[in-house]
Design a protein around this ligand. Structure first.
Ligand SMILES: [Zn+2]
Length: 188
């Protein structure tokens, strides 16, 4: 599996092969489309190659550019556990000086996490999307059967406090799968 980090501004965004193009995990701050395009170009990817994207959670550095990507015709996959969190992020940007484009989810692909394996198979990916709360309640992880997991901002176990049972439970769920490599939202 060809996984390419197309991140910038200290956040990782990952592009991977699907049928007829690429799937993107997470997208950047509002108004950073030029930076994103430049990063793609550097990695040999055309923005038109990206057919679908999902965000691990609706925080500005992972989802800020959602509508801008949608406006380019890239299909947004919205997980059932993320319903309602778009509004929270929109609230965050209110009155702040960001070129945030409010997200309209009516033409997003609504996907239940339980149906994600079937959906991903349909676009040529073997794996599933699971709910992994902890960093935020809307956090999801993409797990590929090859042993790759994209965890967004779920903190690594060694950074978790003893009483962070929610994050620990998320890692337990992740480790029910055979994991070879973890692709976090920040750092290596
Ligand atoms: Zn983040």
């Amino acid at each position: 599996m060809n996984i390419i980090n197309v991140g910038y501004q200290s956040t990782n965004y990952y592009a991977m092969d699907i049928q007829g193009g690429k799937l993107l995990v997470d997208c950047g701050w509002p108004g950073t489309l030029p930076q994103f395009s430049a990063e793609l170009k550097r990695k040999g990817i055309q923005i038109q190659d990206i057919k679908y994207f999902l965000v691990t959670h609706f925080h500005p550095d992972h989802a800020g550019m959602t509508q801008e990507l949608k406006d380019l015709g890239i299909k947004h996959i919205l997980l059932d556990v993320q319903n309602g969190f778009v509004a929270q992020m929109t609230e965050f940007f209110k009155g702040k000086n960001y070129p945030y484009v409010p997200i309209s989810t009516n033409d997003s692909i609504s996907l239940q996490v339980g149906e994600s394996r079937k959906f991903l198979a349909g676009i040529g990916l073997q794996g599933e999307i699971i709910h992994t709360p902890g960093h935020s309640d809307d956090s999801v992880s993409l797990i590929l059967d090859e042993g790759y997991v994209f965890t967004g901002d779920l903190h690594p176990v060694f950074m978790l406090s003893e009483d962070d049972v929610v994050s620990r439970a998320s890692w337990d769920t992740i480790h029910k799968h055979k994991i070879k490599t973890i692709f976090p939202g920040h750092g290596k």
